[in-house]
Design a protein around this ligand. Structure first.
Ligand SMILES: [Fe+2]
Ligand SMILES: [Fe+2]
Length: 258
């Protein structure tokens, strides 16, 4: 089976790039399970219910979030009823869940998300290694997939090595920059440090670049605005899972610029 995982979909151009990129991939591949990171889909911060439903309409099986999970307040109105959203498991909240288990072709697929602790704003982020270990101990699933939402590449890499053989697919999100290190760790775990962003190409991680440049030069009060014009990038990984051998057999990165 083929599992497609799409990196942080950022605002309007992200939605455009997602539709177009997905259509292109589907011309060549049959996608059996589709995961996207949606933490930036609504104006760069969070996900409103309309955009969540829009993703489901595009065939998405699971949406992961991140540090922006609750920045669009609409999420509080629907996340507890939503069946296809995973927010970070290592934060304390009564809203949403940190992992979900789905069925595909008599297989159970569990998708987990955790936040990294290094350079991540916000207090009370619990140790992601220990939290995931506990989830693995207390769930039973044929396939485990984890979105590690981290800023520091070293933390994601260490996580990948720690859970090699225990989690089938480990992918990083949050930096919005695709890394060139996709591999299968020890023949068992499909891994990439960051899937990359789906959104504006000529921007600073989705935000209008002029705003970010001015902020770096001292105008700290300027508000972030998504870049809504220009070229787009679509960033994803495609993983083959061998249902007979019960393990991943291939990982490839996808980056489409239009
Ligand atoms: Fe993001
Ligand atoms: Fe993030």
């Amino acid at each position: 089976m083929k599992i497609l995982i799409v990196g942080d979909i950022y605002s309007k151009l992200g939605r455009k790039a997602f539709t177009s990129g997905l259509a292109k991939i589907k011309e060549k591949e049959t996608i059996n399970f589709l995961i996207v990171n949606g933490e930036n889909i609504s104006h760069g911060k969070g996900m409103n219910e309309n955009h969540y439903k829009w993703l489901l309409g595009q065939g998405v099986n699971v949406v992961t979030l991140g540090n922006h999970a609750f920045h669009n307040k609409d999420i509080f109105n629907y996340i507890n009823e939503a069946k296809n959203i995973v927010r970070p498991a290592n934060i304390e909240t009564e809203y949403g869940v940190g992992f979900v288990t789905k069925n595909y072709n008599n297989l159970t697929i569990t998708v987990i998300q955790v936040l990294g602790q290094i350079f991540m704003h916000g207090n009370n982020i619990k140790n992601p290694f220990l939290v995931v270990e506990e989830i693995l101990e207390n769930t039973k699933s044929d396939i485990y997939i984890c979105d590690f939402h981290g800023e520091a590449t070293s933390e994601v890499i260490a996580f990948g090595h720690y859970f090699t053989g225990k989690i089938d697919i480990i992918f990083g999100t949050h930096t919005h920059v695709q890394t060139n290190d996709a591999c299968i760790l020890n023949g068992k775990t499909a891994y990439i440090t960051d899937v990359g962003m789906t959104g504006a190409l000529e921007s600073v991680i989705g935000v209008k670049k002029d705003i970010i440049l001015k902020r770096f030069l001292g105008q700290n009060t300027l508000r972030f605005e998504p870049e809504n014009d220009g070229k787009t990038q679509f960033s994803a990984i495609l993983v083959d899972y061998d249902e007979q051998l019960k393990k991943v057999s291939k990982i490839e990165t996808i980056r489409i610029i239009e």
